[in-house]
Design a protein. Structure first.
Length: 251
């Protein structure tokens, strides 16, 4: 019997979305993972960026047990998560023209690197300019977004374009505009967002694909282990030493 409680309905919705992205985005996930593997094999560095709640999925693949040690967070002060006060400032910063260029210019990212940009709507100036400027610098860009926003909302970038328009590879999270999976007659607004669940799963699927692709080429993937298992710290110290010039979250 189906669980019709709000919790049960949310799980059903999230599972349905995960099944959709698994099946419909399989080729894009393979391409994105291959791009990361190519970058690692060629001596490049990996970066992830997201603003607001989209930053949660980006942070989830940085300094992560079981993840690639070379994935670095490209941070925009005030826009990473909701820790800035007031929290609404982060939303405002996403709409500031020119901020992305300043961030890229002051970051260690360079031509030959790969950048994953996470933005649910893909409509704000910050992620659009981040992708546009990064590609102009010779950086390969993977966008993780909901393509539906490009047909149901208006771009907030002067070009009228969206994140998806400036990426080498696009992963569509399939999240509906508004990011709320449930409605009830007794609740005046839609609720229960699933974008973090789905986007984080997409990110981990890409990283897993990259690790597998490197192993297939005879290259040991630069993976981190949990510091809470015996030998984990020693393992990570070896990886940190081997790839010290490509890891920036330890400096």
């Amino acid at each position: 019997m189906s669980d019709r409680t709000p919790a049960g309905q949310f799980f059903d919705a999230a599972i349905g979305l995960l099944q959709r992205v698994r099946d419909e985005e399989a080729d894009a996930i393979t391409a994105a993972g291959t791009l990361l593997a190519d970058t690692v094999a060629d001596g490049g560095r990996l970066f992830a960026f997201g603003a607001g709640h989209s930053s949660l999925a980006a942070q989830d693949v940085v300094y992560r047990a079981g993840g690639l040690a070379l994935m670095n967070l490209l941070a925009v002060p005030g826009a990473v998560g909701v820790d800035v006060m007031p929290a609404t400032l982060g939303s405002a910063l996403e709409r500031v023209d020119g901020l992305a260029a300043a961030v890229l210019d002051s970051s260690p990212i360079r031509s030959g690197d790969a950048l994953v940009i996470v933005s649910l709507s893909g409509r704000n100036a910050l992620p659009v300019e981040m992708a546009l400027n990064a590609r102009a610098l010779g950086i390969r860009v993977i966008g993780v977004t909901s393509v539906a926003y490009a047909t149901q909302t208006t771009s907030r970038h002067v070009s009228g374009t969206y994140l998806k328009d400036h990426c080498d590879i696009v992963l569509d999270s399939k999240i509906a505009v508004g990011d709320a999976e449930l409605t009830l007659d007794t609740v005046p607004a839609p609720f229960a967002p699933a974008s973090t669940v789905v986007t984080s799963a997409l990110m981990q699927a890409v990283v897993a694909t990259a690790a597998g692709a490197l192993a297939d080429r005879g290259i040991e993937p630069p993976l981190l282990r949990s510091g809470n298992v015996d030998g984990g710290h020693d393992w990570n110290a070896r990886v940190f030493d081997q790839y010290a010039d490509r890891i920036f979250y330890r400096r």
